[in-house]
Design a protein around this ligand. Structure first.
Ligand code: ADP
Ligand code: MG
Length: 387
């Protein structure tokens, strides 16, 4: 929704004609490569997408907050000094979480009205939640003249999700939503929280995201199993090789192969994915820096293969989407993205074939699965900003 329409909606909802309002946006993201590496102290490389959450905000003279989500068609009222978890309106907890974290830092907040809407599909692995946190944090802090550096803001948004919403996410989503830049992906080291922009500005290629429209059902239980298996590998190597090993990040494939026979099959496979995936992220960065899209695409395919066969977090729909993509003209790479068991695939497609690709994939996916996929075409977008 453009700024004018958003302001018009605000006017109609809050009947306020004064002009001193702020309008802000924060994007969703797609993880290009580096899956299930974050909790193993490894590397990830997301980019911000051309889908976002946009928010109008205006200060009030009291302590009240009136928050209106256009997408849920509901105004929720509460006070900044009385924050309780809302079991019915989950979305408002992301906003309350931000307020809570800002106040924990000693900031005195006034009340405000806010209205927002987004076009990031919710719960599909494109991180609508981080976009909501980041846009809220930017809007509130800017309005109160609270000076939060980009990284500080991203970390605060992560704490809001961890502490108030009670979801134990890593730093990737908030980092990219805040720090993303046009024509760049972002390499993040999940051990040190350090990051680096990676140029991704090849005029001949675009990123196409295919939403399988399958809910990520098994994620929680399987996620816990994978984490346990990764920890088992770490414990094993700690005893065998070096007690300073604290994460799969510290291992290489050579050591893994050496002890293959002593490891449980699944533990070996999980470790093999994580170790090789970390290397692929670093290789992908180099490929992008050299503008080598063929190599970058190859790494995407390899990542999918590894996630499907070794980490076993793909699904028949995600495998199908990647398989169908690989048969299309102009496609250099494809893989599942996000935690798995549903959600989206990310595809590297030559620009001239993008529209055909979208049409053909939709048709073929529907024929094989009976599901209508959604397709989003995007270049790397800028991070959160004032509009
Ligand atoms: P993801 O981050 O992968 O999209 P999550 O389950 O982490 O999925 O976050 C989705 C939640 O974020 C939604 O259930 C909702 O509470 C909130 N949210 C996201 N977008 C919006 C929106 N446009 N309006 C209101 N709430 C939203
Ligand atoms: Mg989320």
């Amino acid at each position: 929704m453009n700024k004018e329409l958003l302001l018009e909606n605000y006017q109609n909802t809050f009947k306020d004609t004064s002009l001193d309002k702020g309008v802000y946006a924060a994007p969703g993201r797609v993880n290009l490569i580096g899956e299930h590496t974050d909790y193993n102290d490894g590397f990830v490389m997301p980019m911000a997408i051309e889908k976002d959450i946009r928010m109008v905000i205006q200060l009030r003279n009291d302590k009240k907050v009136k928050a209106f989500s256009l997408d849920y068609d509901k105004v929720i009222e509460f006070k900044v000094d009385k924050l309780f978890y809302d079991k019915e309106n989950i979305w408002v907890n992301y906003i309350k979480g931000i307020i809570d974290e800002l106040q924990k830092l000693g900031n005195k907040l006034q009340g405000f009205n806010l209205l927002f809407t987004g076009n990031i599909p919710q719960g599909s692995g494109l991180s609508s939640s981080a976009a909501l946190e980041v846009v809220t944090a930017l809007a509130i802090s800017d309005l109160h003249n609270i000076n939060l550096e980009a990284v500080e803001l991203a970390l605060l948004a992560q704490r809001a999700e961890n502490n108030f919403v009670n979801v134990q996410c890593g730093i990737m989503d908030q980092y990219i939503s805040r720090l993303g830049q046009k024509d760049n992906a972002l390499l993040i080291d999940c051990r040190t929280n350090q990051y680096q922009l990676v140029p991704f500005a090849n005029e001949n290629y675009q990123i196409v995201i295919c939403n399988s429209k399958v809910e990520r059902g098994l994620v929680d239980s399987e996620y816990n199993k994978r984490r346990k298996e990764c920890n088992q590998a770490v414990e094993f190597f700690k005893q065998k090789i070096d007690e300073n090993i604290t994460a799969l990040r510290d291992l290489d494939l050579e050591s893994l192969e050496k002890y293959k026979a002593e490891l449980k099959k699944n533990v070996y496979k999980r470790a093999h994915h994580v170790i090789s995936e970390n290397q692929r992220v670093l290789d992908a960065k180099k490929a992008l820096e050299k503008n080598d899209m063929k190599e970058f695409g190859k790494l995407l395919y390899e990542s999918h293969q590894s996630l499907s066969a070794d980490y076993e977090v793909s699904s028949k729909e995600l495998d199908l989407l990647v398989e169908l993509a690989s048969r299309e003209k102009g496609v250099k790479g494809a893989r599942m993205t996000g935690a798995g068991f549903g959600g989206c695939t990310v595809n590297l497609v030559k620009k001239e074939f993008v529209n055909d690709f979208a049409e053909n994939i939709k048709k073929a996916y529907y024929q094989s699965s009976g599901i209508k996929a959604d397709i989003y075409i995007t270049d790397p977008a800028p991070g959160a900003r004032k509009l």
